[in-house]
Design a protein around this ligand. Structure first.
Ligand code: ADP
Length: 256
């Protein structure tokens, strides 16, 4: 099957409005002959309540797309809508507030504070924001990520996979509308990667989270429900529940 045959124009899978969408998104770095067209008219709906992987070769525009969708970067043209709100026209302060309220982030580096326990790291963003902790939700997040017996440990006493699960719990506990994970297993060996990805998938299934993960690893993408293949700044394929064969075919295909 070719990637064109599995291309989906509506990826909402019956859950209503998408968690995030991009319309005719472009991003150009620089100008004149040296300009780099990192995104060349991306149209994308990220389905709510699903785990979406953004894949593609190095330099294809994955990070730029994620940064524009997450309000970390401003596109050159086009529109981004997250949780029903357009990001167009928001200044830096408005974007910062919007991100704090609606978006969770997980990065390759775990970014945990070494002198705080796992539990304290998970709760820190809520405390800094002066938000109340929903204890039942906290317990559910900690449970789904398998951290209940690790909460009193310092990051240095945890494995890499456990540290990344703490970082994921920290992102989920604030109940964001969408979580962006940028190469979340980039610092992990294959066993720890599998452990983190299966917990991430469980949080989508059991907590109804929406997760968008940028990865260049086929193995990582195989944990996702939907896979968006980016090539040369465009969406080459958007696969919904692909089989491993369909995924491999879409990644190999030069012409989507
Ligand atoms: P990927 O995440 O798929 O590796 P990127 O989104 O990082 O791709 O980059 C897409 C293109 O944009 C690449 O050609 C890259 O060199 C270029 N690019 C990314 N960020 C910048 C920047 N800040 N200034 C200039 N060019 C950039």
């Amino acid at each position: 099957m070719t990637s064109a045959a599995t291309y989906s124009t509506t990826s909402q899978t019956g859950t209503g409005r998408p968690a995030a969408s991009a319309r005719d998104l472009t991003k150009t770095y620089g100008s004149g002959p040296g300009a780099v067209h990192a995104l060349r008219g991306v149209d994308l709906d990220v389905a709510a309540g699903r785990f979406t992987a953004i894949m593609g070769p190095s330099g294809s525009g994955k990070s730029t797309l994620m940064h524009c969708l997450a309000g970390l970067d401003v596109p050159t043209s086009g529109e981004v809508v997250v949780a029903g709100t357009t990001l167009r026209g928001m200044d830096d302060t408005a974007l910062t507030l919007f991100r704090r309220e609606h978006i969770g982030f997980v990065f390759q580096a775990f970014n945990l504070l070494p002198m705080l326990t796992a539990g304290q790291n998970i709760l820190l963003p809520l405390e800094l924001a002066g938000r109340e902790v929903d204890r039942a939700h906290y317990d559910a997040v900690v449970g789904v990520l398998g951290l209940a017996d690790r909460l009193g440990h310092l990051p240095g006493e945890l494995s890499g996979g456990q540290q990344q699960r703490v970082a994921i719990a920290r992102a989920l506990v604030a109940r964001p509308d969408i979580v962006f994970a940028d190469e979340p297993t980039g610092n992990l060996d294959s066993e720890a990667s599998a452990e983190v990805l299966s917990h991430l998938r469980r949080s989508v299934r059991e907590q109804g989270m929406t997760v968008v993960m940028v990865t260049h690893e086929l193995e990582a993408a195989s944990y996702a429900d939907d896979v968006v293949v980016i090539r040369d700044g465009s969406v080459a394929a958007h696969l919904v529940d692909p089989s491993q064969d369909e995924l491999v075919a879409a990644l190999r295909s030069k012409v989507a």
